[in-house]
Design a protein around this ligand. Structure first.
Ligand code: NAD
Ligand code: ZN
Length: 353
């Protein structure tokens, strides 16, 4: 048996109203410095800012998540924080929002103590120095970023994660009330990211016994949420377990294709996954029909023909992005994945989307 050492989030604060205990949580991390709050810009108007226990020297950064996190954005944020605090490192970084805000918080915490550009650390286990402690407060569930050891960043020609133990949160505060007002479409798309993580984990060969239980549990919860009308607690737990399951497995063909849609066409991750999954029934025949049923129940209509106006350069870049996803494709299709998913086949699939 392969021996695997994996880090987990050491502390979780979970339950309705958990946000009211935030001051205690922050006290545990406060030393002599300040705290950086990276908050999704949507919360400028939701009232959440008033619930944060901010002290004089703390810094609030409202993160514009109209586009997914970029390496240039992370580098600039890190520089901005250090300049405004005369080089002083914060005690803690807090990420508040969906996958984007949480990934920004992860990446900033890593880049505050590691030299150069974040592009240097996109890959597996490239981070050298210990990151600044960080906590997550999800306000949108599905990506599992709160549980995972990656921070996904888009650079000039690739979308790739900083996969490292240093990308993991030291604490996650999960308050189901905080996802109450997410609009229906967003809730569905990000919720399906979780469903797809589970499907890809379960169907991939890289899964181990831990991952299988987590993925099956999260898959059941997603089906409960999107078929029977499960609640916010179910969705939050599903997201966490789905993220944890990927740490014990790998994503698969859907993510390998959806990254191309995000990189070149700018689709956000959740909707990109849905557009890709909808055309991948031959790889996931047991799940795509149920996905379509969930879409119908949630009254979701996917955009069609999104690749119609691509030029050759764009299409080639998308195909190249997919082919870079070797680990997921090996987990999904085996070592000979290129025989099954040739360049021509990837092209054909993209053109159906
Ligand atoms: P997101 O964080 O990009 O947010 C989507 C939209 O929802 C934004 O407009 C945001 O303002 C809004 N929003 C967030 N909370 C809200 C609330 N409570 N009420 C109303 N609106 C709210 O979406 P996401 O799907 O959570 O995250 C996508 C990102 O996560 C992508 O960059 C993707 O690559 C990344 N991701 C990371 C991991 C990981 O393990 N690190 C896994 C999967 C995806
Ligand atoms: Zn995903």
């Amino acid at each position: 048996m392969d021996i695997k050492i994996f880090k987990q989030v050491p502390r979780i604060v979970f339950g309705r109203g958990a946000i009211d205990g935030l001051a205690h949580v922050l006290d545990d991390f406060r030393k002599n410095s300040y705290i950086v709050f990276i908050v999704d810009h949507v919360h400028k108007t939701t009232g959440l800012l008033e619930l944060l226990k901010i002290e004089k020297n703390d810094e609030i950064i409202l993160a514009d998540t109209s586009d997914e996190p970029k390496t240039t954005q992370i580098d600039a944020l890190r520089d901005e924080i250090l300049v405004s605090k005369s080089g002083q490192i914060p005690d803690l970084v807090v990420g508040i929002g969906g996958g984007s805000a949480m990934d920004i918080a992860k990446a900033v915490s890593v880049m505050l103590t590691n030299e150069g550009s974040s592009t240097r650390y996109q890959g597996w286990d490239l981070v050298k120095n210990k990151a600044v402690p960080k906590i997550a407060i999800p306000t949108l569930s599905g990506t599992g970023a709160e549980a995972s050891r990656t921070s996904v960043l888009t650079g000039k020609d690739k979308k790739f994660g900083i996969n490292s133990d240093q990308s993991m949160f030291d604490l996650v505060l999960m308050d189901p009330d905080l996802i109450e007002n997410v609009p229906n479409e967003q809730r569905f798309y990000t919720g399906m990211d979780c469903y797809i993580h589970c499907v890809e984990s379960i169907e991939g060969s890289f899964i181990n016994a831990f991952g299988l239980v987590q993925a099956k549990g999260a898959l059941d919860l997603c089906e409960k949420v999107f078929i029977e009308g499960g609640d916010n607690e179910d969705m939050m737990v599903a997201s966490y377990l789905g993220g944890a399951s990927v740490a014990n497995s790998e994503v698969g063909v859907v993510h390998a294709m959806s990254y191309g849609l995000s990189l070149i066409l700018g689709f956000h991750h959740g909707i990109a996954n849905c557009i890709a999954f909808n055309q991948l029934e031959e790889f996931y025949p047991d799940y795509v029909p149920l996905f379509r049923k969930m879409m119908e129940i949630s009254s979701i209509t996917l955009p069609e023909s999104v690749t119609n106006n691509l030029n050759e350069r764009q299409l080639s870049a998308m195909v190249a992005m997919t082919r870079r996803m070797e680990r997921p494709l090996t987990s999904a299709l085996g070592n000979e994945w290129q025989d099954i998913l040739s360049e021509e086949k990837i092209r054909e699939l993209y053109l159906k989307m």
